[in-house]
Design a protein around this ligand. Structure first.
Ligand SMILES: NC(=O)c1ccc[n+]([C@@H]2O[C@H](COP(=O)([O-])OP(=O)(O)OC[C@H]3O[C@@H](n4cnc5c(N)ncnc54)[C@H](OP(=O)(O)O)[C@@H]3O)[C@@H](O)[C@H]2O)c1
Length: 338
């Protein structure tokens, strides 16, 4: 089988398509023939050497796939053979075959193409965790979604709309028409202006009840200022650091230095909460993930969740796929197909 290898830290030139033997499933695992694999911002950061959760290099990245079960590790699991599935993979998903522990395997709804199915796990579980499980977003509340046009951003928008929240979203201006057509109430250009006074003005100087922020560093401080009483800030990424070589390392350092401290007395007196979410640290919470996934699948069935795939790149176009995301061109998800 072929797999996408990040050979070392660096630019897109470190990405290679290499041959490898098919992995063998052990009892409690299944071998999935991959039809589509998700590409996430974490894969970009890992390539740049800025993702502490990534495996040592050379490595095969990939947190999520859709495909067909081709083999099982246990004769009792034969019924799974040929099933169309969605899987969470602890790396190695960007390959033609991958071994997956059975609790990380879910049935693919017939209504979704393989490309759409691979766009679900990371984006929607993250958005569900931020908005529902931890953010407790309620009908009528205001939510500010940073990077609203990205993979997690669009998933969050769909969930926020279903809840009946008032939606504010920052994104590059080229994405605003798309976002408005997808129901974003207030798109905000954060590339050419300071977004904080804009959201203050839009909310009568009050702010919003929930902000989800994957930018990191000083941006978290600003997002905190956008909260009204009972407001919650969910932090979940450090996109601000993304860059190759020394620039990336300095970016990460700058983000670390500028990261705000939130004092309990400050939270108490302002009626605010701050929380973090890292899906990559929830592998031991299979029950929770399964519960969230079930709720997302119910949304697919009910028709209010429509994963938007901007583009599917072939495995041999992996370098173009990384460049596309780094150039901020994607609206929603990028997937890779063998
Ligand atoms: N903690 C978790 O469990 C978890 C899970 C998933 C994702 N995340 C994080 O959430 C963020 C979004 O992830 P995603 O996979 O959905 O990606 P994405 O939002 O689709 O990523 C691309 C978009 O990010 C925006 N962006 C902001 N700063 C950027 C920069 N320095 N370089 C390039 N693009 C930048 C751009 O949109 P605009 O130009 O419109 O701003 C770009 O189009 C990332 O920080 C990721 O690490 C965290």
């Amino acid at each position: 089988m072929r797999q996408i290898v990040t050979t070392r830290n660096g630019g897109i030139e470190v990405l290679e398509l290499q041959e490898a033997p098919d992995p063998t499933p052990r009892p409690g695992e299944a071998l999935v023939a991959v039809k589509a694999a998700g590409l996430n911002f974490a894969d970009i950061l890992a390539r740049q050497g800025l993702y502490p959760d990534g495996p040592p290099k050379p490595c095969v990245m990939g947190y999520e796939v859709s495909g067909v079960v081709e083999a099982v590790g246990d004769a009792d699991e034969q019924a799974l053979l040929g099933k169309r599935v969605i899987a969470l993979t602890r790396f190695k998903g960007q390959a033609e075959t991958v071994v997956v522990p059975l609790p990380q395997l879910f049935e693919k709804p017939e209504s979704l193409a393989f490309e759409q199915a691979a766009a679900i796990p990371v984006n929607y579980l993250t958005a569900y965790g931020l908005l529902i499980a931890m953010g407790g977003l309620r009908k009528g509340e205001g939510v500010l979604i940073h990077n609203a046009g990205g993979g997690v951003g669009l998933a969050a928008l769909e969930i926020a709309r279903k809840i009946g929240a008032v939606t504010y979203g920052t994104a590059s201006p080229s994405k605003h028409d798309f976002l408005k057509n997808h129901g974003l109430d207030h798109p905000i250009d954060y590339r050419t202006q300071d977004w904080l006074p804009v959201i203050k003005k839009l909310t009568g100087n009050r702010g919003v009840e929930l902000v989800i922020d994957p930018i990191g560093g000083a941006h978290w401080k600003k997002s905190y200022k956008a909260l009204r009483h009972t407001g919650r800030l969910g932090v979940f990424g450090v996109s601000a650091a993304s860059a190759n070589g020394l620039k990336g390392k300095l970016g990460l350092l700058k983000a670390a230095i500028q990261t705000p401290w939130f004092h309990p007395f400050g939270l108490l007196n302002k009626n605010r909460g701050v929380f973090g979410l890292n899906l990559g640290h929830m592998w031991n919470e299979a029950d929770k993930i399964a519960e969230w996934f079930e709720a997302i699948m119910a949304g697919v069935k009910e028709g209010w969740i429509h994963p938007h795939v901007d583009k599917a790149f072939r495995f041999d176009q992996i370098r173009e796929a990384h460049s596309y995301i780094e150039a901020r061109k994607n609206i929603g998800k990028i997937v890779l197909v063998p």
